[in-house]
Design a protein around this ligand. Structure first.
Ligand code: HAM
Length: 425
């Protein structure tokens, strides 16, 4: 039985095949993301992976709607696997925002599903760090969020030579469009225009020229707006704030960015690798009207956030050789050489685990040399075994595999040493 195209199997390392993904590498980036988000004062939330279809059809924009995994459930509800987290977050915040002080700073690492054409950097499922700030319209919030994005990449060893955050403004593009469309501006056309700008770098030039001219806009006009690239009044304080943090090297104003999703309202940004080899590592921006829209006008709160996917990031980290070696070594291998000592050995195994050590042992009767080989394969730091002494007395022998130091404890001394966490020192 094959897995579905665009979906991944995650195996523990060492990987058995080039076609599978590393569960260890995934865990590694999740831990770095979590720790960084917490350092910035963000709290973790989560929501359901399955939502009513209309949560996405009304809010996310055409492109994502075309990519939905949707179906009727057994109760005849039209549902969809979440393609993104932002509408769920908006729904959750609108329902209970009164219980939280503003600004709300939350993060999540959901698995998301989009029926996309499978290609480099794009699959049909991915994990995405989402970090959002709700209830603050000052540009200080934009800068705080972008600083978090930068640090989520820096903690993985990436530098300003590896990636850049391209900062832009949908307001600036709105003004550009309004000045050209004049009074006959129609929201459908305006959204098509944003889509064309979003795809400009990935679309053949003739095709973009044609689409834009159908909308009454010249591609040369678009080009000179992009190359002009002067920071607008809303971008300047963000750049100054990031400069104060020593992060100027990680950002640049770039009006190629406009974002494909329909709900963005103001400042938008995307992170890319500097060499331009990969798709976007992360993307986000302000969506000041979404919570109002989702709550049917009941709750009005400005908001902004970003999503950072695991697929492009893992490809980039691999290509820059920034992933550590994941050899899941254990702390202790408990050998059971005499089956009469299994019961007593199980007791010390559990004692060791309660004390926080990672412990392995043979589940069934096994020859000593095989046990020792297994301890070495598992890269155990220590081997522990019980031994019978004179009479009924038992002793515990602990041996460091690297230093070859060996210590022998009476049963009592062992328990005391474990309490002070020193038996394997
Ligand atoms: P997005 O730009 O659609 O934004 O996705 C954010 C990131 O998720 C992308 O830059 C990319 O790294 C990754 N990604 C998206 N689709 C795929 C895919 N099919 N395969 C692999 N990786 C993918 C959003 O989803 C917004 N909701 C982000 C946001 C949060 N805006 C405000 N708050």
């Amino acid at each position: 039985m094959e897995r579905l195209p665009g979906f991944r199997d995650f195996y523990p390392e060492p990987l058995p095949h080039s076609d599978v993904w590393s569960a260890d590498a995934r865990q590694y980036i999740f831990e770095k993301w979590r720790a960084t988000a917490r350092r910035y004062g963000f709290r973790e939330y989560d929501g359901p992976p399955l939502e009513p279809l209309e949560l996405f059809t009304t809010k996310s924009g055409d492109e994502i709607v075309k990519q939905l995994f949707d179906f009727k459930d057994k109760g005849d509800r039209h549902v969809a696997l979440r393609p993104e987290m932002t509408p769920t977050l908006a729904r959750m915040v609108a329902a209970h925002e009164r219980n939280y002080r503003k600004p709300i700073k939350w993060f999540a690492i959901p698995q998301l599903f989009r029926y996309e054409k499978q290609q480099k950097g794009r699959l049909r499922e991915h994990f995405q760090l989402n970090a959002d700030i709700i209830g603050e319209d000052d540009p200080a919030a934009d800068a705080e969020l972008i600083a978090l994005l930068i640090d989520c990449l820096r903690v993985l060893g990436l530098t300003a030579a590896d990636f850049v955050v391209r900062l832009s403004s949908r307001n600036a593009w709105q003004q550009f469009y309004a000045a050209r469309a004049g009074a006959q501006s129609d929201p459908q056309k305006e959204y098509r225009f944003y889509q064309a700008i979003d795809k400009l770098e990935r679309t053949p030039r003739d095709e973009s020229t044609r689409t834009l001219s159908e909308l009454g806009i010249s591609i040369n006009d678009v080009d000179s707006f992009i190359t002009g690239g002067e920071p607008t009044a809303e971008l300047r304080p963000i750049l100054a704030n990031l400069a104060a943090r020593g992060m100027s090297d990680f950002v640049k104003v770039d009006y190629h960015v406009i974002r494909g999703l329909a709900y963005y309202t103001g400042v938008v940004f995307e992170a890319f690798d500097r060499k331009g080899e990969f798709r976007a590592i992360a993307g986000g921006g302000r969506y000041d009207n979404l919570i109002e829209l989702i709550s049917g006008g009941k709750v009005k709160l400005p908001a902004l956030g970003f999503g950072m996917g695991d697929v492009v990031l893992l490809e980039l980290l691999k290509s820059r050789k920034l992933l550590p070696a994941f050899d899941a070594g254990i702390d202790v291998f408990v050998m059971i050489e005499d089956e009469a000592l299994r019961t007593a050995s199980l007791e010390i195994i559990q004692q060791l685990r309660s004390a926080g050590y990672a412990v392995e042992y043979p589940l069934t009767a096994t020859k000593s040399d095989k046990q020792f080989k297994r301890a070495q394969e598992l890269k155990a730091e220590c081997v522990v075994r019980m031994e019978k002494r004179s009479g009924d007395e038992l002793a515990v022998k602990a041996r460091h595999l690297k230093t070859r130091n060996e210590r022998i404890y009476s049963r009592q001394a062992w328990s005391a040493a474990l309490e002070s966490r020193s038996p394997l020192a």
